[in-house]
Design a protein around this ligand. Structure first.
Ligand SMILES: NC(=O)c1ccc[n+]([C@@H]2O[C@H](COP(=O)([O-])OP(=O)(O)OC[C@H]3O[C@@H](n4cnc5c(N)ncnc54)[C@H](O)[C@@H]3O)[C@@H](O)[C@H]2O)c1
Length: 367
């Protein structure tokens, strides 16, 4: 037990803030894109929050507005450390599990598989010990190439394991199975959210953060956006505030326990339309500043999904959730955040994807 009166019992050496309110919600991946917005929302709602992150992709800058709040405690740690996680989340009634790896665009799949499988196992073990409700962030990628609109009980059509991108979907699908098996056999209370691609401030400024982040950074660098394939692939894009609303509704809806629920917007946009909207939001006049990169020249194992759109009925029926913010509304604050971030870094900070590996065209299309 810590002898420092500022640090609560059970807090790890990585603890950044003292905690003055009882923690009620634990958030893994708190310093990441969705996690940082979720922490802000929960604190704004008057709840105590313990945020955990190993800062592998996230940054404490994302938590600027949380770190000095009395209801917030941050613990830098790997969520796979079960004992540490149980100490960090002691007293939490619910855990939102957002920490994880995404499509392995810049490297091998071992890390994705291990991080997602071991991370979720650790969170479930912790939740069982603490009797906490888990909200798991799964992904639309588990639908693979299934034809839309994608219902939660649809047959799933993943591509082959020889294509690295499917490691992400497979690991999240394992997390879903394990959660439901633990619910049935050991009483885990869990709600599974299949998040569809979202965007907004705090996103990683590379393809790790999805097409909006990658396109905005390109244009701000005075370069062309890179569109993979013909750009006619369809996605839905949800502004992060609305994704967070879906997560909070899932936390607060007892009937959602034991359910799988899509959280995403109901209207599709092609990647070319997205690029056009980003160019307008950045304020670059003239013809589309984009280069089209054929799938074949990206690498032998590239696979994209042509059409991805959630069936949103269940989210509406169970949670009362509907995403309504369009790109014209959501992109301006997103662009403004990218600009601010670059200004604070004293100009273009370069492309963080270079931190991952020296590859110009990462594998795997957007979620
Ligand atoms: N953003 C999207 O569009 C989207 C879509 C579908 C699913 N998801 C899922 O939602 C979750 C959050 O996504 P995001 O966009 O905020 O990602 P993100 O990468 O911005 O945030 C994830 C955070 O988890 C942290 N992390 C990774 N491994 C960890 C570990 N082992 N221990 C502790 N912390 C760890 C990272 O440092 C990062 O801050 C992810 O699980 C992702 O798979 C996101």
């Amino acid at each position: 037990m810590s002898s420092d009166p500022e640090v609560p019992a059970g807090a790890d050496p990585g603890t950044v803030c003292p905690m003055e309110l009882p923690p009620t919600i634990g958030v893994t991946g708190a310093a990441g894109f969705v996690g940082s917005h979720l922490c802000e929302r929960l604190l704004g709602d008057g709840r105590g929050v313990v945020g955990v992150d190993n800062l592998s992709h996230g940054t404490l800058r994302n938590l600027d507005r949380c770190l000095n709040q009395p209801g917030f405690r941050f613990v830098e740690m790997d969520c796979r450390d079960r004992r540490g996680l149980t100490r960090a989340f002691a007293g939490c009634q619910a855990i939102v599990h957002l920490a994880g790896e995404k499509i392995p665009r810049y490297g091998g799949a071992v890390h994705t598989l291990e991080a997602n499988v071991d991370g979720a196992s650790s969170v479930y073990a912790t939740a069982l010990l603490l009797d906490a409700h888990v909200v798991l962030a799964s992904t639309s990628d588990v639908y693979g190439n299934t034809a839309p609109p994608l219902r939660e009980d649809a047959e799933l059509t993943l591509g082959p394991p020889t294509t690295r991108r499917w490691a992400y979907a497979t690991s999240k699908l394992y997390d879903e199975h394990l959660a439901l098996a633990l619910a049935e056999e050991r009483g885990l209370r869990v709600t599974i959210l299949r998040l569809f691609g979202c965007y907004g401030p705090h996103n990683h400024p590379s393809w790790w953060g999805g097409p909006q982040a990658a396109f905005i950074e390109r244009l701000l660098d005075g370069e062309e956006m890179e569109i993979h394939g013909d750009g006619r692939q369809l996605r839905t894009f949800t502004f992060v505030d609305e994704t967070v609303t879906g997560v909070v509704l899932a936390l607060d809806t007892p009937d959602a326990v034991g359910e799988i629920i899509n959280v995403g917007a109901g209207t599709t946009t092609s990647i070319v339309e997205l690029a056009e909207a980003v160019q307008r939001a950045v304020g670059v006049p003239g013809a589309l500043r984009a280069v089209f990169i054929p799938y074949e020249s990206i690498g032998g194992r590239y696979q994209d999904v042509r059409r991805r759109m959630p069936d949103t009925d269940k989210a509406h029926r169970l949670l009362g959730f509907r995403a309504t913010i369009g790109l014209e509304q959501g992109l301006p604050p997103t662009v403004a955040w990218h600009r601010r971030r670059r200004d604070e870094a004293g100009g273009s900070p370069g492309r963080p994807e270079l931190e991952f590996a020296a590859r110009s065209s990462p594998e795997g299309g957007p979620e």
